[in-house]
Every structure is written in C-alpha cells, then in structure tokens.
Write a protein that binds this ligand. Sequence first.
Ligand SMILES: Cc1cc2nc3c(=O)[nH]c(=O)nc-3n(C[C@H](O)[C@H](O)[C@H](O)COP(=O)(O)OP(=O)(O)OC[C@H]3O[C@@H](n4cnc5c(N)ncnc54)[C@H](O)[C@@H]3O)c2cc1C
Length: 382
Amino acid sequence: MKSKADVVIIGGGVSGCSLAYNLARAGIDVVVLEKKYLSSGATGACGAGIRQQWSTKENATLAIKSVKIFEKLSKELGEDIDLRQGGYLIIIHDDKGMKQSEKNVEMQRSLGLKVDILEPKQINDIVPILNVKGMQAIGATFCPTDGHANPFKTTFAYANAAKRHGAKIYTHTSVVDIKLNRNKISEVKTDKEPIKTNTVVNAAGVWSKEIAEMIGVKLPNIPFRKEIMVTERLKPMFEAMVISFKDGIYFSQQMEGQIIGGIPIPEERSGYKIIPTFSFMKHMSKTLTRYAPVLKHVNMLRHWTGFYDVTPDARPILGEINGVKGFIQCNGFSGHGFMLSPMVTKLLSDFIVEGKSSDILESLNLDRYKDKKIVKEVSVVG
Ligand SMILES: Cc1cc2nc3c(=O)[nH]c(=O)nc-3n(C[C@H](O)[C@H](O)[C@H](O)COP(=O)(O)OP(=O)(O)OC[C@H]3O[C@@H](n4cnc5c(N)ncnc54)[C@H](O)[C@@H]3O)c2cc1C
C-alpha cells in the first residue's frame, strides 16, 4: 500500500471512482479506500435513473451538465455504461402538483432543457401501458433526454480509467481514523497501513457522517432505508422512467426487458436496517398494477435494500469544510447521487486541482445550514 498521496478518497461508489478518474487524469496522485468492494454501497443498490427535471436550479444545472458528460462517457472511458435516454415521465395528480410543475418547467427551460407539460391524453403516447384514470393523472411532464445507465458498469468504467491514469484503489480497506495537524488534514488511518495526505474527500455515502465525526465535524445527514425490486423479463413495452412524487413510485423497463422500480414503505425507514420488507412488496405491487394493470400477472423476481443519505434540504453537501483545511465533502446525495456524479466530481476536481470554486460549490457547502432560509429540493420521491 502507498504510504502517502496527494488526495485520499474515502468510498468506492460512483462518486469516489468518478472523482478519482477526474483527479488522476489531471495528474494528481490519488488513492481510493473502500471498506468492501466497488459499488457495495448505495451505488450498487440504485435504480441509476438520470433525471434533469428538478425544482432547484443547482440540481437541475448539475443534472443537465452531467447528462452532457454521460452522453460521451462510454467513448471517453472505453467501456459501455449502457446509457439509454428514454425520458422521464413525471405524473401530475392535482392542482398543487401542476403549479409546482409549471414553476419547475419554466426554470428548467431557462437552463436550456427541452421539457414539456403533457395533457392526460398524451400520456399513453409515451407509455402505452399506463392507466391514466387509475393513476388519477391530470397531466405529466416529459423530458426526452432523461434516462438511465448501469451503475456497476459506470462505476467500474470510471475506476478502470482512473487506474489507467495512475490512481490506486484499495478495496477491503476501512478508514478507521483521520489525523489533523493544526486544523489541516495530515493522515488517514486504515485497518491496514496509514497514508499521509493533506486532502481527504469524504465520499462514503450514508457512512459519511461517521467519517466526519472522526475529526469532530457534524453532518446533518440521515440514513433512509429504500427498497427496490425487479421483475422477470418481458417484451419491450416502454422506454421512459415513470415517476410520481405524490405516490412515491418510480419504474422503468430495462433493455433486457425487466421492470425495475421502487416506492417508500409506509412504516419507519430511517436507520441502517437492511432487511427487505413484505410491506414493500405489497405496497409496490398494488401501486404498480394501479398504474399499469397489464403487469398484474408478472412475477417479481427479487427485491433488495439500499440507503439514501438524506440532508435537510435533499441537496448534496459539497466542498471544503471551513476551518478544516483539506477536508472535502462529496455526500448527502439524498437519493440522486448517481445522476449528478459526473458533474459534481468534475467541479470538485477543479477545486482540488486548481483551487477553482464555483457558485454551485459555494451554495452547496455545509455552511448553508447556518442560514435558516435554506432552499429545499421538492422534486423527490420520499
Ligand atoms: C434503492 C435506491 C435507488 C436509487 N435510485 C437512484 C436513481 O435512480 N438515480 C440516482 O441518481 N440515484 C439513485 N439512488 C441514489 C444513489 O445510489 C446514490 O446517491 C449514489 O450511488 C451515491 O454514490 P456514492 O459513491 O456517493 O455513495 P456509495 O455508493 O454509498 O459509496 C460509498 C462507499 O463508501 C464506502 N465506505 C463507507 N465507510 C467507509 C470507510 N470507513 N472506509 C472505507 N470505505 C467506506 C462504502 O462501503 C461504500 O461503498 C438510489 C439509491 C437507492 C438506495
């Protein structure tokens, strides 16, 4: 194991691996430490949907710029990440939802995004199997360049490219402590050898709070259990991701034909409970077949659990902690870290390499919680 590095990244999910790629490509001597295997955290559990339709300008900007990167990523990294842009169809159920959607669409269009508000009769043009009445839809928004990719292929493609540029990735290596010297990062202790460094990136997903606590920094992040399921393979029926903020459901059909989707369970979900629930299966089946009755006789093959790393405003925490030189956050993604990772890690890399900050990094710094009027992202599934 290396005994020193310019930058040590904690966490081998999509964030850690894409940041390692950006840094190594810029000539930085970077190490990634992962306590299990690459993608073993939220990344390997996720739906990997890529959506640009957000309510806050920061998330919309990060997602739009990330899509531009995703579109060229397979070629850039030399491995296919299975990107498919079938769009996101967001169902609107009531006047309140319509008002919010109109506001969102206006902001998204001001950023150059092509997005439309659809009437109920146009919904089946996008996804023919949906029951518009059953969903109680009064409309929908649709952005054709939204989509999804394969989270494992994306993470491993980033990791392999990072290694080709000289990054070192140590899996099955836990960070157990971080040392400071006069409020500056000086060393990372692992369950193997220590590594001397002046820059640590906390990309430990739902465990980021524990990492920050190692040097007395308090993060407001809360772990939320999320369940997700996959069905047997079916003939191709639709390409869009269907999502409802009111019902909390999202589902799409994969290239191989399976339906993948999730919904929050009605019970308590915070904490690190990993066991999947029967309640999810019931709730998901009921809602999914209300949306698409044709799926009534389809078999659910498997369902699993992952964690959302949720912040008070459902927006990530990015950038350096004031007062702790070299301690950089890349966490708190609140259920949408896969889709934002290409641009988030590009911004963080620019900051680490050139000291170049940006409006987005400034507004998503931990310090924003000192201000009582934080702007909440509302376009989320709970
Ligand atoms: C069910 C579900 C569905 C989702 N759907 C979507 C979606 O459709 N679109 C989307 O954009 N996002 C989605 N997300 C969210 C997305 O998965 C995450 O935001 C994203 O994967 C976060 O990546 P990450 O690399 O920051 O964290 P993670 O993938 O969680 O990686 C963190 C890594 O840090 C490691 N680690 C922790 N502590 C230590 C330590 N002490 N030492 C060393 N390593 C450590 C962990 O083992 C882990 O591998 C979903 C999440 C879930 C659970």
